[in-house]
Design a protein around this ligand. Structure first.
Ligand SMILES: Cc1ncc(COP(=O)(O)O)c(C=O)c1O
Length: 338
């Protein structure tokens, strides 16, 4: 079976793990700090602006917490990973789920002006970046699916008040299965997250939580970050191969080329027959998925017509660096309805 997702792990990751294991410094230490700084370098942020955490959800919770989300109206799309609702609930925010743009997994900025939330969580879904234009709300940029994507030549993550990233096993790079990063240009926010993470041996009565990343995870993350440009290039090549073969894939609008630079986190095939295609792919040994099932939508469906339609008209096919041309041709052979 060709799996839908597969992390790309090599000798360098194995060597990094062994190095850290042998050092016996396993929990948060120098590797985490190095990873944070190298991540800032990658984004074009000054060093000290990133905090490594246990995963993307805890990074989002931290973002909400330091923006004082409790009792506030928090806008987020209904078409997204359930982690958003969990983090909003944990932070005591009031959910304001909204619909996405027609034929897109992304928000339209106009919806923020209509809803006037205190805080907006804006995900760049499936690697397709959004131009953020939202002055009247605090913005958490959710870059979990879009590390390396750019808007006007600047990396996503630099546009919100704060931004979060995930290094879960299926993401564009991983720090060993789980991991997350919080970033901000605002040093007070960064310091507040760092303070919250240092939960132990504190001589005050503040409540904190253990959301730390380990040195073992950070060492893998550092190697993967070095390989990220290659990963993104391979994904782009595969995406273009699919396109040349005639697939109708989700992409940025033509008029935004030159402004938006997507990364190919997902190859989303648009189809009126998603289940038939998933079955057809399975019959040639390929795993594909409905990327967000209708029952996964957050909020009341009657208010999410675009999300519902998008969910019913898309499948996600494998797109990861280790796929060979032979794999791609098998995948393409399964994309016909028999
Ligand atoms: C858009 C988005 N936000 C947040 C998360 C949460 O990240 P994590 O799984 O690392 O907790 C994910 C993915 O899992 C995601 O896709």
């Amino acid at each position: 079976m060709i799996p839908h997702n597969l992390p790309t792990i090599g000798q360098e990751e194995e060597d990094a793990v062994l190095r850290v294991l042998r050092s016996k410094q396993l929990s948060q230490g120098d590797e985490v700090e190095l990873f944070e700084n190298e991540f800032c370098d990658y984004l074009g942020l000054s060093r000290g602006s990133a905090v490594a955490l246990s995963n993307g959800t805890s990074s989002l919770f931290m973002a909400l917490k330091i923006l004082n989300a409790k009792g506030k109206k928090i806008l987020f799309p209904g078409y997204v990973c359930s982690a958003l609702r969990h983090a909003v609930s944990m932070a005591g925010g009031i959910e304001n789920t909204v619909d996405v743009e027609p034929n897109s997994p992304n928000l339209n900025m106009g919806i923020i002006k209509q809803n006037l939330p205190d805080i907006s969580i804006i995900p760049h879904m499936y690697g397709i970046p959004i131009q953020i234009d939202a002055d009247d709300t605090l913005v958490i940029e959710d870059c979990c699916q879009a590390l390396g994507a750019k808007v006007k030549n600047q990396m996503v993550g630099l546009f919100g008040d704060v931004a979060i990233f995930s290094f879960y096993a299926t993401k564009l790079m991983t720090s060993g299965g789980q991991g997350g990063m919080f970033v901000s240009k605002n040093q007070e926010y960064v310091d507040a997250v760092r303070d919250y993470r240092e939960f132990d041996l504190r001589n005050d009565s503040e409540k904190r939580f253990n959301f730390k990343m380990t040195d073992l995870q950070a060492a893998i993350g550092r190697v993967q970050l070095k390989k990220l440009p290659y990963f993104l290039k391979r994904r782009e090549e595969i995406f273009q191969y699919y396109k040349k073969s005639g697939l109708d894939l989700l992409d940025i609008d033509d008029e935004l080329r030159g402004i938006l630079e997507p990364v190919r986190y997902r190859a989303i095939v648009k189809t009126k027959y998603p289940r038939k295609l998933v079955n057809s792919l399975e019959s040639v040994g390929v795993q594909s998925i409905i990327p967000t099932e209708d029952w996964e939508l957050l909020g009341q469906r009657e208010f999410l017509p675009n999300a519902l339609k998008f969910s019913h008209e898309t499948i996600s096919i494998p797109i990861y660096p280790s796929l060979t041309k032979e794999h791609l041709d098998i995948i393409l052979s399964g994309l016909v309805i028999k």
